[in-house]
Design a protein around this ligand. Sequence first.
Ligand code: DX5
Ligand code: ZN
Length: 219
Amino acid sequence: MIKIAPSILSADFAQLGSEVSAVEAGGADWIHVDVMDGHFVPNITLGPAIVSAIKPHTNLPLDVHLMIEQPEAYIADFAKAGADVITVHAEACTHLHRVIHMIKEHGIKAGVAINPATPASAVQEVLADVDLVLVMTVNPGFGGQAFIPRTVHKIRQVRGWLNEASLFDVHIEVDGGVTTETAPLVAEAGADVLVAGSAVYGQKDREAAIRAIRSSAQN
Ligand code: DX5
Ligand code: ZN
């Protein structure tokens, strides 16, 4: 089953409560929350205070994507704020295994992300430790960028390793440039959680947008 995780990066930040409720009503599975620090990526977005502010507006899992340096310093804050999944970048963690287990100590799901230029092998040694692998299909930092096709083979590679190790519960999430055109490519390669920012929040009818992406991926 494909999960759709609308990214609130493309939502109206002055209306986050209703923007989150709108995609829940429209059939979203998770809410994707993009945290950027102006160091790991060239943009600044939001912190734990916003996560706790949106928490009461949805029953969906909050999928927090940390595009920040030293993520270990902020895990407790985001867990306390109501994150259900915390994903850190492999490129930002010297001690990736330790950081993943720090997340799990809070009783929530742990994910590891890789940028387009990072080989899939960067996550190979921690596949048994994570709940999710996030394969970035754009360079993180902004919504509305074009999908990088070269990244798709990494989804296939990671799914192959997970299958070989019988790790059937680990999600593969894809983030960046997901549309009704690109969703079938990533789903076919083995992704099961699709983040979509502009493709959902750029449309007036969020329910139709979510339905279109889901059905394109399931064909
Ligand atoms: C990119 C963020 C994405 C972003 C995706 O740095 O991690 O989650 O919101 O936006 P779209 O779907 O518009 O590419
Ligand atoms: Zn993201």
